[in-house]
Design a protein around this ligand. Structure first.
Ligand SMILES: [Zn+2]
Length: 854
């Protein structure tokens, strides 16, 4: 899964593709009984900037996942897939594995084998490839399929009744989900699944028939076709899909999310590589505090033991095959492989009622350096063993499901029952989770769920509130809306407010998305990936947790979509606030259509009355408000073209705001770059001035020297600013592993109207500010960390105390520098507009004459 990093790490490293070195982590075995290899973290070393196709970004931004809850048909649901064009460059071929173009014909053949195999297309990848979901089950009449769906709904929506249902106990087919190849260069889950489907399609033994009569097996054949074909971890947008489940910016992730919601698997595997010996979750602490972790651990651990036995039982040895025995992090390690953030597939799945969910890392590396350097015969030997190991894990899981079906379904029902009833979580211990040895206080994480979250729908955050509500609904979180003013927990809330009643089946998901999270810096020394996120703090809407109170009698109605807030005043000039990414997107759209827009003193945009018709279209398209204004504005705002040396997440976020972006990098500039079509430069990664040829450096310096502005983020941005003398300040690097949600204080025009929270990864702050340098934003005093993991370095420097009160964002007439991560992986939507405003301000910095003429 889990990629990882040398220390210190930069967030850009997660988002890129190449892996160069591995470093062992210091992990202490839990027990002496196993002798696992230490888990190693892959470290990505590509310093290149993102260069992803605009078409992929557009596809990702517009695609919706199809509804997979079709109840009008039974099984099989066969469909003949049209062929994909043959691609001899598919990276699977060298490994002797199934290239993407061979999957559709293979699935057609598997469907022809009998009446057990069905194929659905669940969407398209960022690169435009179909995503195939195979269902294997005994044939079902339409009536039988309807009954199954009715039972599924009962389990989710009326869990107390479902717990007593004899029909469910006797007849509900346990849904099981095998997710393959989410990292495109971890191939073999796909091949193992295809092999197994072939066997299941025709096997006539009693055991197989019984299995298929009592379960539905879902196989996401390849979750990442773009990466499978190209031999990359990421999809065509450069996104690590196994980091995207909180944000769901990518179509492949939305498709997986829909499978989780519509199929409601009780058990799932997410097949990855490569850790030798095979790594099988459950994980080390910290464990996410929103799970019903007692139920999850019981089942996940039990299935892990079965998978371990099956994998070890294949008979591969270290001496003969280079295959080490399997390892289970929960049992075998202290820390370093956690289930804290629900950005990973199995962790996200738990919030949809999956009670046994595993990352499985098959053993033998065939990607990256190995792919390029090992002989083909060795690669194929390794790949064949990996297919075998993945197959053993899948078969063991099928045995587990067959043996434990009623108890797995009962535990899923109990997850939803606790949520709906507002019941307390059950802290894990050797008493509450019998059968799992070694549970200690270090494994206990629980939370106090608030009674509700209230999200006001009106006011300046209306666009953000609507976006958040739609995102919650897409995650199958229930949201209601107040039809009149109401009181809760001693406060009055306005009519129209959205309310998330936390007594709901998926309360864990609602809370893990909306809550602040927790500062876990003192819990473990190292975290696998991000430790903080919060839609409540970072997505721009006001989200108020209400700890207690009664909702009975409250005037609340369920909503299925947020109400549109787009509005244009009927007469006069119009004011468009620029504090939300959708407002920036609307502005860019108007500018691209030639509308003459001016900047107001407060940083908003003035759209003339004459452009009302276009403003109405933009308000509708971007769900934004254009109020009447009497201000005429100062400078003209012009359409701007951005050259950007940034991470894939940042590039995607810029395109989400409709910026016209040309990706650049050291290599692109060295190849000779024409700066004449660029208004502003944005640098956070992949552009090293020292590595430029003399000609390229001269051209860059000339561009900046001519008064064009720079927006920089992190150390790379600050270094370029220092080298070119655009802003006098000393960047200070905090702990490179630190990340999370921080409190900030905004104090300048670029950050006007921004939330008082931000996201950091490898935080940077600025000292020794020269004359003319303005503090736009500071880290809050005290401990700025709200949630996440941020420790000082061993010498005491680099911690949150050192950052407290320091400048996090600074500006000069020619540069804006961010020490925060306002576009990180497309996540903190509420912060995006700071970058939008910075780009507009800097693009116009060079046009002093225009500024004066306004
Ligand atoms: Zn992986």
């Amino acid at each position: 899964m889990h990629t990882t990093r040398t220390v210190p790490a930069r967030p850009v490293l997660f988002a890129v593709l190449a892996v160069t070195t591995t470093v062992p982590l210091l992990l202490t075995p839990h027990s002496a009984s196993a002798d696992p290899q230490p888990v190693t973290r892959e470290s990505a070393g590509d310093q290149g900037g993102a260069r992803n196709p605009e078409s992929a970004a557009l596809r990702a931004l517009t695609a919706a996942a199809p509804d997979l809850s079709d109840t009008s048909r039974g099984y099989p649901r066969e469909q003949v897939l049209t062929p994909d064009p043959e691609n001899p460059a598919d990276k699977s071929i060298k490994l002797g594995l199934t290239p993407y173009h061979a999957i559709a014909p293979k699935l057609n053949a598997l469907q022809r084998l009998g009446d057990r195999v069905s194929v659905e297309v669940t969407g398209r990848s960022a690169g435009g490839h179909r995503l195939y979901l195979v269902t294997v089950t005994a044939p079902e009449s339409t009536a039988r399929a309807r009954a199954q769906e009715r039972m599924r709904e009962l389990i989710e929506n009326a869990p107390a009744a479902a717990a007593k249902s004899r029909e469910i106990k006797a007849g509900y087919k346990a849904p099981v989900f095998f997710n393959n190849n989410i990292h495109g260069n971890e191939w073999e889950g796909t091949d193992a699944s295809l092999k197994l489907i072939e066997r299941l399609a025709t096997a006539e033994d009693v055991k197989t028939k019984d299995l298929l009569s009592h379960s539905r097996l879902y196989f996401n054949i390849t979750a990442n076709p773009d990466g499978r074909i190209a031999g990359t971890r990421a999809n065509a947008n450069g996104f690590d899909l196994n980091r995207d489940f909180v944000t769901a910016s990518q179509p492949e992730v939305r498709a997986m999310r829909q499978i989780e919601i519509d199929k409601q698997p009780a058990v799932m595997l997410d097949l990855h590589g490569y850790v030798n010996g095979t790594l099988i979750e459950p994980t080390t602490p910290p464990h996410g505090e929103n799970y019903e972790y007692d139920l999850f651990l019981k089942n996940t651990y039990a299935n892990a033991l079965g998978m371990e036995a099956a994998v070890n039982g294949l008979g591969y040895t270290p001496a003969k095959d280079g295959v080490e025995p399997a390892q289970i992090p929960f049992r075998d390690q202290e820390e370093g492989w956690d289930d804290w953030p629900p950005i990973f597939t199995p962790q996200y799945a738990a919030f949809h009622g999956t009670v046994a969910a595993h990352t499985v890392e098959i053993p033998l590396a065939v990607n990256n350096e190995e792919y390029d350097t090992l002989p083909e015969s060795e690669l194929r030997r390794r790949a064949a063993i990996n297919v075998d190991v993945a197959g053993a894990a899948i078969r063991a899981t099928l045995n587990f499901v067959q043996a434990e079906r009623t108890s797995l379904v009962a535990d899923q029902i109990e997850v939803f029952r606790r949520g709906a009833a507002g019941a307390a979580q059950v802290p894990v211990s050797e008493e509450t989770v019998p059968g799992v040895p070694g549970i200690g206080p270090e494994d206990v994480y629980t939370t106090d769920f608030p009674r509700a979250y209230v999200i006001p729908a009106a006011g300046s955050g209306a666009t953000a509130a609507a976006r958040l509500v739609d995102h919650l609904l897409a995650n199958d979180v229930r949201v209601t809306r107040a039809s009149r003013d109401f009181r809760l927990g001693g406060e009055t809330y306005a009519k129209g407010s959205y309310v998330v009643d936390m007594r709901q089946p998926k309360r864990g998901l609602a809370n893990v998305l909306l809550a602040d999270g927790r500062d876990i810096s003192d819990k473990v020394s190292v975290m696998y990936d991000i430790s903080g996120w919060s839609l409540g703090r970072l997505w721009g809407a006001t989200v108020t947790p209400v700890p207690s109170g009664s909702l009975s009698g409250a005037p609340l109605r369920a909503v299925h979509a947020a109400a549109h807030v787009g509005y244009v005043a009927p007469r006069g000039d119009l004011r468009l606030r620029l504090t939300d990414p959708q407002e920036i997107a609307a502005l860019n759209s108007l500018l691209q259509q030639g509308v003459s827009v001016r900047r107001a003193a407060d940083g908003s945009a003035i759209v003339p009355a004459s452009a009302r018709a276009l403003a109405v279209k933009a308000a509708r398209a971007y769900d934004v408000v254009l109020d009447a204004t009497r201000e005429t504005g100062t400078a003209e705002l012009r359409r701007i073209r951005v050259a950007a040396a940034v991470t894939p997440g940042e590039l995607f976020a810029l395109r989400e705001m409709n910026f016209e972006v040309t990706p650049v990098s050291t290599a692109v500039l060295n190849a000779g770059f024409d700066w004449s079509a660029t208004d502003v430069l944005f640098v956070s990664a992949g552009l090293d001035r020292d590595a430029l040829t003399t000609g390229a450096r001269t051209a860059l310096d000339a561009f900046l020297g001519a008064g064009h502005g720079l927006v920089g983020r992190g150390v790379d941005g600050a270094e370029l600013s220092t080298a070119t003398g655009l802003l006098a300040a000393k960047p200070v690097e905090g702990n490179g592993d630190a990340n999370g949600v921080v409190r900030v204080v905004n104090s300048g025009p670029v950050t006007a109207g921004a939330p008082d929270h931000g996201f950091v990864y490898a935080p940077v702050w600025f000292t020794d500010l020269g004359p003319g340098v303005r503090v736009e934003q500071s880290y809050a005093t005290g401990n700025p960390l709200v949630s996440g993991h941020w420790r000082p370095l061993s010498d005491g420097s680099g911690g949150p105390a050192a950052a407290a009160g320091q400048a996090a964002v600074v500006s000069s007439p020619q540069a804006v520098l961010f020490g925060t991560e306002p576009l990180f992986r497309d996540h903190p939507k509420g912060e995006f507009a700071q970058v939008g405003r910075a780009l507009f301000t800097m693009a116009h910095a060079s046009r002093g004459s225009v500024e004066e003429s306004g």
